[in-house]
Design a protein around this ligand. Sequence first.
Ligand code: NAD
Length: 268
Amino acid sequence: MRLVVVGAAGRMGRMLIKAIHETPGCVLSAAVERPGSGVVGQDAGVLAGLPACGIDVTDEALPAFVEAEGVLDFTTPDSTVSFAALAAQARIAHIVGTTGLEPQHLAKLEAAARHAAIIRSGNMSLGVNLLAGLVRKVAATLGTDWDIEIVEMHHRMKVDAPSGTAVMLGEAAAEGRAVDLADARVAVRDGHTGARQPGTVGFAALRGGTVVGDHKVIFAGTGERLELSHIAEDRSLFAQGAVKAALWGRGRKPGLYSMADVLGLDSL
Ligand code: NAD
């Protein structure tokens, strides 16, 4: 499968180039960075710490998309929206790992998904997607006298909060309780907040060092507490998940899909 990596010089971009290199049946067809980036013209293999592969980083996305079967995108929300339009034009699978998307970005992805398959997940790991299923079940089982709090920690360079994964886990909890996360979400507490409102889902975001991604969902009842957690030790697992999603999405009919679809976890 011929794959393009956009955001090729990013932390995830380099991992994606490596994951494609290591996956039989996949080949890097282009590597794209922002216009003006210092890496444009560099060999993409060398950029990812591999031997030279003969593909130079380009800043022209559309010609790259036209020659490919899928695009792996871990960039920024605005860039992802533009790439979705181009992937729809080229009719290729678009794998979106970018987090921090707001409703206006999601609406544009939905429009693009009428023309091509988009697989989007705030976390591409098997463990986190399993965890989301477990959280949905536990939230559906326990009443609102059990408070739900989600704690996450990431490296000091992360620019959005709460993390895409924390939001995904919050959505799973809200789904389990048959409520809308937008109505239940409490993402900031500071100063005199008053007592906790029953039925809310609270978030706490810690930032520091080089932490790849820690998430804990706490169900706090009266006199007992249930905690479900996931620790990502290496970001290569997100890249491997993205390549797996691309292979799954190859030639699939247009639509918006999730990693749970790819992993067959819908029954959870
Ligand atoms: P990063 O800042 O290291 O990399 C982003 C790269 O995208 C940069 O090199 C930047 O120049 C490039 N870029 C931005 N706009 C572009 C454009 N229009 N054209 C070409 N290149 C462009 O960030 P990162 O740590 O690699 O994370 C990227 C995103 O992926 C974040 O939203 C992060 O939260 C998310 N992420 C998701 C998962 C997951 O499993 N879904 C895992 C890790 C990170």
